[in-house]
Design a protein around this ligand. Sequence first.
Ligand SMILES: [Fe+2]
Length: 394
Amino acid sequence: MLPLLLILPLIAAAPAASQHQPFPVHDSRPAITHGPYLLAPTETSVTVVWVTDTPAHSKVLYGKNGQLDQVAEPQHHGLRPVGTIHSVRIDGLEPGARYQYRAVSTQVVKMKSYWPEKGLDVESPLYSFTPLDRRSNSTVFYAITDTHANLDRIAGLMELVDWNEAEFLVHLGDAFDADSAEVIWTRALDPLARALSHSKPLYWVRGNHDARGAAARELVHHVPLPEGRYYYARDHGPAHLLFLDTGEDKPDETNVYSRLNAFDEYRQEELAWLRRHVATSHALASAPFRILFLHAPNWGWTNGCQQEWEDTARAARIDLSLSGHTHRFNYTPPADPATGRHRLVLAPDQAARIEMTPERLKITVLGPKKQKIVEFEVPRRPLQPTSSPGSLIQ
Ligand SMILES: [Fe+2]
């Protein structure tokens, strides 16, 4: 055997000529088994998520006017992600512009230090998307809730949506009941993505049931929000949209959670974020309307902080809140329209249509036979510069 010191120079020198030899490419390709779907876009970005049957690395080809002349290809710490769940964030988009896209996955057959073995590409059909746009003067979106992995319920709700006008769908939580990743897709994301034609985005609000089950900790991979948390804000048309996570409905110490929950700490972080956001967000302060999405209308388990959440919502001058969780329809107009908010709680078999113009919100709740359960309008309130949210912003 050669001494080690002799071998090392040989190893260093020998690949110089051979290291550009082509890597193996097998005649096999992955299949897209779930998705793609579009998640929680901003005015300049969107996330595309899909699943393949075998490990692959992925990218999204996209562009305007049918020209897929741009590419979004993720890297994490200098490496192309390789796996079966694919999440590609597209940035630098033009607000309100129409884009087309294809999801592309290239099989990785065998990972090795050198010359990992590859396969061929699979491409999704051509789909489209439109980023949000706060300059939009007239917009419509729909909200549903509490589908609880019930395919018949999802199918019925999707019939209530006029997809010609809907720009996006908000699911107000308790979607997954997830014992496995397969359930996450087959009983929630797949039917929703099909209804959305893989071309209109989904906003999902986490419900208490979504935080339970063997796959609850995997949800972040299948619903990968760019903020890395389930509470965030967006702007579209005349509205500032606040998506909150009301966590669980019982204390962390309740034995049903076997000491595996830490919602007290999480919700405190969320409340601190909301307070900062309300105090500093110019977008929140200047939007004609503020809409709050929260699964549990009573804020979930807050460890005694419910009034602090309410006070923060009041400081935010929320015009309308949309919730589920109770499985009972309820609409409560504000006692004082100048300061309070319209509170709407949807039943699981209802869809809310929200039409937004700079002058008013128009809300229609549809029942299972498309009958109107309630219809009301929220007029634009005058700005209150001295006490308005965002007044701390410099
Ligand atoms: Fe719930």
